[in-house]
Design a protein around this ligand. Structure first.
Ligand code: UDP
Ligand code: MG
Length: 308
């Protein structure tokens, strides 16, 4: 057995049906890597038999650790708690419902051993998911990519391996509205994709309600882009420019064929509207700065040091 250790982080929310199927598959996959390992289950406030199942598993296997939240804090925070507790040299985040096949773990570890800092699962196909989910996801990721300064790879979720160096940066980023896949993209490092087919849920129903999905989507945009705040700046500038052109056109008309009074009024209203939008955008630019500062992220990330 090598001296390296892998931490598997599994957020669980009302998953009593899948745990008895998921745990043996996760364990078998981890055994195959040849490394020491731990499995960290984070119970995100489930009130069904989830804790009963977890207690059973943890009683028989010392490598299984369990964290249990006082209430539901959401998937992203459950994963964060797991990262905070993990002691491995590499951390792997996986859903409990077996949509991300644990059998890919040895391949992820292999890529990490070859030098990747991050190995992220890239979905080349999604089985058993509704058209609505696939369609909204496709639109959303394209929108996010167009707004964010740090490209977030398309068709990825949180199923990924991160090295200890990356995990240590995560520990320093304590923002509340978390969007882990975006934070991972923001950090940079050598990220390698691993393509896979996302499976159907092993049992039960999705725990990501529409409300939770919307919150995550909004956290993704507001956490990684201040463009929406400064949009009125450009729109207002354009409206002001157009109304000045309008004034010129009305003036020419007035001097030649004569112009109605309401045309002057229209240009005046547009000019004011443009100015209001413009200064809204100016405020947005400042609010954006306050927001960036309040995140208190590290200013830079050192990936390697030599002789220091
Ligand atoms: N989950 C969680 N807290 C929540 C919602 C979900 O810990 O509030 C867990 C859930 O148990 C699963 C993972 O997050 O392990 C992904 O959730 P789910 O499979 O329901 O989402 P989907 O795959 O449908 O997007
Ligand atoms: Mg799922």
């Amino acid at each position: 057995m090598s001296e390296k250790k892998i931490s598997l982080i599994v957020p669980v929310y009302y998953e009593e049906e899948v745990l008895p199927i998921a745990y043996p598959r996760m364990k078998a996959a981890l055994e195959q890597t040849g490394h020491d390992y731990e499995i960290l289950f984070v119970n995100d406030g489930s009130r069904d038999g989830t804790m009963r199942e977890l207690r059973k598993i943890a009683a028989e296997d010392q490598r299984v650790k369990v964290l249990s939240f006082s209430r539901n804090f959401g998937h992203q925070l459950a994963v964060t708690a797991g990262m905070d507790e993990a002691t491995g040299d590499a951390l792997i985040i996986i859903d409990a419902d077996l949509q991300d096949p644990p059998e890919l773990i040895p391949d992820m570890v292999k890529l990490w051993e070859q030098g990747a800092d991050i190995v992220y699962g890239k979905r080349k196909k999604r089985e058993g998911e509704t058209f609505f989910k696939k369609f909204t996801a496709a639109c959303y990721y394209r929108l996010l990519t167009s707004m964010s300064a740090y490209p977030i790879p398309l068709d990825t979720g949180d199923f990924r391996l991160i090295g200890r160096n990356v995990a240590d940066v995560f520990l320093k980023m304590r923002e509340h509205g978390r969007f882990l896949r975006g934070m991972s993209a923001w950090m940079g490092f050598d990220a390698v994709p691993l393509e896979y087919v996302r499976q159907e849920r092993a049992a039960g129903k999705t725990k990501y309600t529409l409300k939770k999905m919307l919150k995550l989507a909004l956290d993704g945009i507001t956490g990684f882009s201040t463009k929406p705040l400064t949009m009125p700046l450009y729109l207002g500038g354009a409206v002001m420019g157009l109304s000045l052109l309008g004034f010129l056109a009305v003036l020419i008309c007035a001097l030649t064929v004569g112009a109605a009074a309401w045309l002057w009024a229209l240009c005046g209203v547009c000019l004011l509207l443009g100015a209001v939008l413009f200064f809204l955008g100016v405020q947005g630019a400042y609010i954006g700065r306050i927001f960036e500062e309040s995140k208190a992220r590290p200013l830079y990330i050192v990936a390697e040091k030599i002789n220091l």
